[in-house]
Design a protein around this ligand. Sequence first.
Ligand code: ZN
Length: 193
Amino acid sequence: MKIVCIGRNYVAHAMELRNEVPAEPVFFMKPETSLLLNNDPFPLPDWSKEVHHEIELVIRVSRTARKVDADAAAACFQQIGLGIDFTARDIQDQLKAKGLPWEKAKAFDHAAVLGKGWIAKTDLAHPGAIGFHLQINGITVQRGDSSLMIFKFNQIIAHLSNYITLEPGDLVYTGTPAGVGPVRHDDHLEGFL
Ligand code: ZN
């Protein structure tokens, strides 16, 4: 399986990092080895001084998607979950300044946290407005809503499938809302969907 992540998908987050709002989805990938499951502890890497949390809605692909349009994309996933796209922001800033790829800052071991819970699209009263938030030590630090995504689920799947065949079991992290910030040793992170 593979993990594809969307960057800059909320206007307020793009602005907080002084990035321009993209005209099409920005994406990058993480390897399967970056997955952190079962609420296991996240070991802070010793080569970064600033690892940021990015809480994100996650699509689990259920049907092969290859060059599908947005309407057909809807049939390619049934469940939405929650994850954290951990990012070594200091390293990413260095890479961005040099125009280099982001993998070192994004694809490292344990950088893709995946929650245990999944919600079926059919169980959602308002599938276009899924609220979620992240608490650190009991304090809410990020709050998002899928209605604020620049590119919605179907558009994301359609766009990605133009370039990369998505297969059942693949995960798509759909971008983080504003409020990203550093995590520290012994912080307790809790996501709500
Ligand atoms: Zn992200």
